[in-house]
Design a protein around this ligand. Structure first.
Ligand code: S3P
Length: 439
């Protein structure tokens, strides 16, 4: 039975040590590269959330042998390429899944039809179809390049492409398609975005260079690489760690340590921002895990101050603005978040929904076309609302964290969607002493 509502009630301080699930971005990429490679790929720490499980099923449909051998432990036997799937590929709620898989399949002379849930069917796919089309792929899609759509790959040519927006998904789709192109693909980014595809392509044997041209990051992939199965240890997801960390910062008396969190600098903008707000965050035990730096992050309850978040930092924390807005609601003064129009095309319009949810909880928010300003008072907000999440996992988790430290309980609808990225969220928060329950 699916729960209609989850409620977070204010109360105890949060204390303890926890591990959050594996990084979602790396989990999708491990499955896709494992399926493209020849030979065995062994993955540990895979995020077993709905989004990633949809990608695992898709990789099976494209011909890879994908086997779960234990908790977070998977083996993939790739066939060195994709074969044509017999049925429609349903990527569920996952924008990363569908966009990366479309790029990967475009490298092969096959046809596939993609769909997803109600949220994914509203999201723009033209941003991926446009560069794939320039390379030679063809498609039929709904108005505005929406899912469901049918893509035909194969016969791709070289491409020199400047991304119109900072998007790791679009960059990754072009690079993956480039594996099957007749010449190099060169992608220039307006701002550096997460570089997991680049790092992992190299680890699987691709020839790829990263350079700076006029202050812009340029990634060049040489065609014809034969990817070889590899070993991937997925580190803990900083985007999930953000929730218990902010919970500890805003709940009096709290001290929480999240272990083994990935510290790739293209993902840690939230932690920099929280520190600027006066957060007591310490990172210990920094170490390397499968080519990514990880560390244990300890957060203690802190008196936060509002800040202006530099717009250029957006790509390194694009999924973290909802939970930053919650921290801002407890801070003294204004927190200004601008240059984040991309938030409007995530699993929901996150600017609109955060503004509405926080307002419903008694927080003063000013919405702008490409950002928002949270007017914090330095005291716990009222809470006491049922927040509409529109099926967006991060909107749900952010408001539940607010409810743990607000003056009155906060309820969220459609909490089942939390399982797309962080299936253990409620249990882990309860383990720290947080009062989150059904109904
Ligand atoms: C992701 C990139 C980001 C992010 C998403 C994961 C990735 O999306 O919001 O959750 O794994 O490449 P965009 O590339 O659309 O910014």
């Amino acid at each position: 039975m699916t729960t209609a509502v989850l409620t977070a009630r204010p109360g105890a301080a949060l204390r303890g040590c926890l591990r959050v699930p594996g990084d979602k971005s790396i989990s999708h990429r491990a499955l896709i590269l494992g399926a493209l490679a020849t030979g065995r790929t062994t993955v540990t720490g895979l995020l077993e959330g709905e989004d990633v499980l949809a990608t695992a099923r898709a990789m099976q449909a494209f011909g890879a042998d994908v086997v779960r051998t234990g908790e977070g432990a998977w083996t993939m036997d790739g066939k060195g390429g994709f074969s044509e799937p017999a049925d429609v590929i349903d990527c569920g709620n996952a924008g990363t899944g569908v966009r990366l898989i479309m790029g990967a399949m475009a490298a092969f002379d096959i046809v596939a039809t993609f769909t997803g849930d109600g949220s994914l069917r509203k999201r723009p796919m033209g941003r991926v179809l446009e560069p794939l089309g320039r390379m030679g792929a063809t498609w039929i899609a709904r108005e505005g390049g929406r899912l469901p759509l049918t893509l035909k790959g194969g016969g791709l040519s070289a491409l020199t492409y400047t991304l119109p927006m900072a998007s790791a998904q679009v960059k990754s789709a072009v690079l993956l398609a480039g594996l099957g192109a007749t010449g190099p693909v060169e992608v220039t980014e307006p701002e550096p975005t997460r570089d997991h595809t680049e790092r992992m392509l190299k680890a699987f044997g691709a020839e790829l260079t990263v350079a700076d041209h006029n202050d812009r990051r340029v990634v060049t992939l040489q065609p014809g690489a034969r990817l070889t199965g590899s070993v991937v240890a997925v580190p803990a997801d900083p985007s999930s760690a953000a929730f218990p960390i902010v919970a500890a910062l805003v709940t009096p008396g709290s001290e929480v340590t999240v272990e083994g969190v990935m510290l790739n600098p293209l993902r840690t903008g939230l932690f920099d921002t929280l520190r600027e707000m006066g957060a007591d965050l310490t990172i210990t035990n920094r170490r390397d895990a499968s080519g990514e730096e990880v560390g244990d992050i300890t957060a203690r309850h802190s008196a936060l101050q509002g800040v202006i978040v530099p717009p250029g930092r957006a790509p390194s924390m694009i999924d973290e603005y909802p939970i930053l807005a919650v921290a801002a609601a407890f801070a003294a003064g204004d927190t200004v978040m601008r240059g984040i129009g991309e938030m409007r095309v995530k699993e929901s319009d996150r600017i609109a929904l955060m503004a509405a949810g926080l307002e419903a909880c008694g927080v003063d928010v000013e919405e702008e076309p490409e950002g928002f300003i949270v007017h914090g008072t330095g005291a716990a907000p009222r809470g006491g609302a049922l927040v509409e999440t529109h099926g967006d996992h991060r909107i749900a988790m952010s408001h539940l964290i607010l409810g743990l430290a607000a003056r009155e309980p906060v309820r969220v609808d459609e909490p089942g969607m939390i399982a797309t990225s962080f299936p253990t969220f409620a249990g882990l928060m309860r383990g720290l002493g947080g009062d989150i329950s059904e109904g």
